[in-house]
Structure formats: structure tokens, C-alpha cells
Design a protein. Structure first.
Length: 118
């Protein structure tokens, strides 16, 4: 993962729903989102549905910068702040299959198994 990364939000101005993500190339990433939506090929079903039903009416925001892995949680903090994992408010709970399975990541490192004495 490259750093620094910019945390961004895409807000649909009709539905008021938002998507929050991060990238090291903000302009290119926003263009990619729009191009996928325009071609009806976006992997986020909720975002594509709103585009199809309500049109291309978006605002784009630069929220913060992630300098390294220690700052990666900032992106999730913004998702929680704006409730974008709740389908009533956002798109972050949608993935290619229409649902999101969040895999918990443990802090630290796993313990090393003790070796059996021979």
C-alpha cells in the first residue's frame, strides 16, 4: 500500500448517501468511480442504483491524509462518523456481492508456538 493516501468522500446530492475511501491518486480514483458509474459497471451496487435512479449529482470531498499504516484507522473513523456502513446513510457496506463482511484484524503479532522438546 502506497503512502501518503488521501481519504475522500463521494456524496450523492439527491440521496445524501456517501462513500468514504482512500487512495494515493485522488483525481484518478474519482474519475474511475465516475467512469464505472457512467458505464453501468460500478462494483458498488448501491452507488450504481442511485446513479441510475437519480443521476450524476455528486459532491467530492478531501477529508484527510494518511501518512502511514498507523494512520489507516482514520478512514474507518470517518466511515463511522458519517455512518457510511449503514445502508440508510452510505455505500461502504456494499461490495461486489451487495453485502459486506468485515474481517477483524488483531493488533500486534501472533504468539510463536512453543517447540516440543525431543
Amino acid at each position: 500500500m502506497k503512502f501518503p493516501r488521501e481519504i475522500y468522500a463521494i456524496k450523492h446530492n439527491v440521496t445524501k448517501k456517501m462513500y468514504i475511501g482512500s487512495t494515493c491518486r485522488l483525481q484518478e480514483r474519482l474519475k474511475s468511480h465516475l467512469n464505472s458509474l457512467r458505464r453501468n459497471k460500478h462494483t458498488n451496487k448501491g452507488m450504481q442504483e442511485d446513479f441510475n435512479n437519480h443521476g450524476e449529482n455528486y459532491s467530492f470531498y478531501r477529508l484527510d491524509v494518511i501518512e502511514g499504516m498507523d494512520d489507516k484507522s482514520k478512514e474507518y473513523d470517518f466511515q463511522n462518523l458519517y455512518k457510511t456502513k449503514d445502508p440508510r446513510y452510505g455505500y461502504n457496506n456494499w461490495d461486489r456481492g451487495g453485502t459486506c463482511i468485515e474481517i477483524p484484524i488483531e493488533k500486534g503479532k501472533p504468539s510463536i508456538p512453543e517447540r516440543e522438546e525431543t
